[in-house]
Write a protein that binds this ligand. Structure first.
Ligand code: HXC
Length: 269
């Protein structure tokens, strides 16, 4: 689908995206690139990163792939440093890496719970922490910018209510939303950095949907949700461009649900 944004809204920006090699993370990488940004994508699997970088380069996007696991602080630090070394600056960090599986609470081991908290919540904080010095107003490489950088945390709507077999992810994304608000307060005040989130609803053609909603469930959901359809990765990427561009310059500390209103929905009486 064609973008409603001008193709230079992110011109000159450098973005680092965790989980940027696949799914929603890849779509944001591609759309950021199509709108003028250079992109560094971080992920655990080299073959996924290589394929994503080739695809981005074939679209004329400046891209590099950096292997790493957000659960390891040394990986986070190395990937941030490599991004700045390669592109000369860092303007945008997108935390899109996530882990998920369905498990009833009574069958979920504490290590399973911890694994998702480590990827989604601690991983998000670690990446923000390592990127901070390059995102500050006047940081090395971005002296030309009149403001600090931007952090976007990909969240979910699961924890707005309660979601069956998703206690680990609900807890992890609730923590992500708190990280978004607290960093927006502290780093917005001290460094002019904006921190926002996007909470995608059910988005077609993603690992999340394949894991959480087998086909028939997706069809049932489509008939019972506001707007009557699954979202597209494109919907998330457009929201991301809005928040990352100058259009979103006064938005800070907010997590925007992009779910067609699904989280509000209740059975009709
Ligand atoms: C119960 C499970 C499990 C399952 C893993 N565990 N899978 N428990 N049911 N299906 C438990 C293991 O038993 C283990 O605990 C612990 O979790 C760690 O498992 P590992 O396999 O060692 O972890 P790891 O190899 O690091 O893999 C992490 C992962 C994996 C999260 C489990 O699925 C992953 O890497 N996923 C990344 C890709 C992904 O999930 N993308 C989708 C994101 S979608 P024990 O006690 O046995 O040691 C998303 C959308 C959310 O986030 C909202 C949608 C609306």
């Amino acid at each position: 689908m064609e973008s409603p944004f001008k193709s230079d809204v992110l011109k000159g920006k450098v973005a680092l995206l965790t989980g940027g090699g696949s799914g929603i993370g890849y779509e944001i990488s591609e759309q950021f690139g199509k709108h003028g940004a250079s992109v560094a994508i971080m992920g655990r699997r080299k073959e996924v990163l290589d394929a994503a970088v080739s695809a981005l380069e074939s679209l004329g996007i400046r891209a590099i792939g950096l292997q790493g696991d957000v659960r390891k602080q040394e990986d986070a630090a190395r990937v941030v440093e490599s991004t700045v070394k390669h592109f000369g600056r860092l303007d945008i960090l997108v935390n899109a890496a996530a882990g998920n599986f369905l498990a009833a609470s009574e069958n979920l081991s504490p290590n399973g719970f911890r694994t998702v908290m480590d990827i989604d919540s601690v991983g998000t904080f670690t990446m923000c922490h390592e990127a901070l010095k390059y995102l500050k107003k006047g940081a090395p490489g971005r002296e030309d910018s009149s403001s600090g950088g931007f952090i976007l945390n990909i969240s979910a709507t699961l924890h707005y209510t309660a979601t069956w077999y998703q206690i680990h992810v609900s807890a992890a994304k609730a923590a992500v939303d708190s990280i978004t608000r607290n960093l927006a307060l502290e780093w917005g005040t001290d460094y002019d950095i904006k921190v926002n989130g996007i909470a995608p609803g059910p988005i077609g053609d993603t690992a999340g949907m394949r894991k959480l909603a087998p086909n028939e469930m997706a069809i049932v959901a489509r008939d019972s949700m506001p707007l009557y359809k699954l979202g597209e990765k494109w919907d998330i990427a457009m929201a991301a461009i809005y928040l990352a561009s100058n259009a979103g310059k006064y938005i800070n500390g907010m997590t925007m649900p992009v779910d067609g209103g699904l989280w509000l929905s209740k059975p009709r009486i």
